[in-house]
Design a protein around this ligand. Structure first.
Ligand code: BEZ
Length: 194
């Protein structure tokens, strides 16, 4: 099964008809902003939770040893906080390649500050994609994240950079805080038992 979702994304929405589009960032797009944007605002979406349930074979792991990265998982009565960027359609040509390992673009309602809502795009890797790993106990996810590396660097650095970005933005996400604490708390005994 192909892991590469970049071609499928091109067929999902015709974004070229718009001059500007809102993009919701909840993961690496919070700290690795390698695209131009026109405006950015704090934002949240409802009904989704951020989880380290997606495999990374191309950035923070390899096909032999996939790392773990974030995706969004449906969860009623939940808000996922992040940043909304106003971008041009060209930005998606870049992001469709960068985020090709199982992520598909979806349209959703973004809640911006001052009660403003906008339609925007989010990338989600759902449970049907070939790179999906799903849930695991926190200590197992922590050990996997500690040992995995890929072309974009250590899986640990991805988690800690995301945790730091959320802290700077004042976003409390217990899933990410707990996992970051578990990775930082791993001791030599636990690692040698691997
Ligand atoms: C994000 O940071 O919004 C994001 C996370 C995973 C894939 C694409 C985007």
């Amino acid at each position: 099964m192909s892991f590469d979702t970049s071609n499928e994304n091109k067929t999902r929405q015709d974004l070229t008809q718009f001059d500007q589009i809102w993009l919701f960032a909840y993961g690496s797009l919070l700290y690795k902003v390698d695209f131009d944007y026109i405006e950015k605002r704090p934002a949240y979406i409802t009904g989704w939770a951020r989880k380290f349930w997606q495999g990374s074979h191309d950035h923070r792991g390899t096909h032999q040893a996939p790392g773990r990265v974030v995706t969004l998982v449906p969860q009623p009565n939940t808000q996922c906080h992040g940043i909304a960027y106003k971008v041009t359609p060209q930005v998606f040509e870049h992001l469709d390649i960068r985020e090709k390992n199982g992520y598909l673009r979806h349209q959703t309602t973004l809640h911006l500050n001052q009660g403003d809502t906008k339609q925007g795009i989010i990338y989600i890797a759902d449970k049907h994609n070939a790179a999906y790993l799903g849930p695991a106990p926190v200590d197992e996810m922590a050990k996997q994240i500690h040992r995995c590396h890929g072309p974009s660097g250590a899986n640990r650095d991805y988690l800690l950079a995301l945790n730091q970005s959320l802290n700077i933005l004042g976003i409390q996400d217990p899933n990410i805080q707990q996992l970051a604490a578990a990775v930082l708390g791993l001791n030599d005994k636990q690692l040698s038992d691997e």
